[in-house]
Design a protein around this ligand. Structure first.
Ligand SMILES: [Zn+2]
Length: 219
């Protein structure tokens, strides 16, 4: 099965992708991991990616797609793409690459989360200044507010969790990635999951969808 997981930051799609990949024996192809392993190798593509990352620049759509093509599609195994495609252009390039290999996507699962909820989840993340343990103001609070349960040091807001950075990420998502849900809806591939539920509940719904898809493919 070949799947794409879509959703705003904070929707937990990475967690679900890891979980479902495990349950259904699929490759969990997260763009972050793909870039890391491309950069770690000594391929020409890896060197190109590294030059963008070193300069703190966004890796262009074409290059991102080529890397995903080489690291994922060339292995010809089943996968869940997580973090790619991120733009319409990337989705078009993915379609082209799949076509060339006579492959197609079986489905796109869209983890839906209201922006306010995403902001609450993302800005609530805390980290211990001493031991590095992660907390969340609402979902995983320490016993004593502002103090680490383990070492007693002060909890601080994670550097990627400031209101400004979170809003910037959500805005970028809304502008560039959100239109992908319509793109895949038109192709009849889109399925939505309410990501505001607990990770366990979201997992159960997602699992059902994938099972149904797998059943449909065998008929
Ligand atoms: Zn601590």
């Amino acid at each position: 099965m070949k799947l794409v997981f879509l959703g705003p930051p904070g929707a937990g799609k990475g967690t679900q992708a890891a979980e479902m990949a495990d349950q259904f024996s699929l490759v969990h192809a997260s763009t972050g991991d793909i870039f890391r392993s491309a950069v770690a190798g000594d391929s020409e593509l890896g060197a190109k990616v590294r030059s963008y990352l070193d300069d703190g620049k966004l890796v262009p759509d074409e290059l991102t797609s080529r890397v995903v093509g080489q690291m994922v599609l060339d292995r010809e195994s089943d996968f869940i793409l997580d973090g790619f495609p991120r733009t319409i252009r990337q989705a078009e390039l993915l379609d082209e690459m799949l076509n060339e290999k006579n492959m197609n996507l079986d489905g796109v699962i869209y983890f839906q989360l209201e922006p306010e909820e995403a902001i609450e989840r993302l800005t609530g993340r805390l980290v211990c200044s001493g031991c590095g343990k992660n907390y969340h103001k609402v979902f995983m609070p320490p016993v004593v507010e502002g103090v680490c349960d383990v070492c007693g040091d002060e909890l601080i807001v994670r550097s990627d969790s400031s209101r400004e950075i979170v809003e910037q990420r959500l805005e970028e998502y809304r502008e560039k990635t959100k239109p992908l849900s319509d793109y895949y809806k038109k192709k009849g591939l889109l399925m939505s999951v309410d990501a505001s539920e607990s990770p366990a509940d979201v997992g159960r719904v997602t699992q059902k969808l994938i099972k149904k898809m797998a059943g449909g493919a065998e008929e």
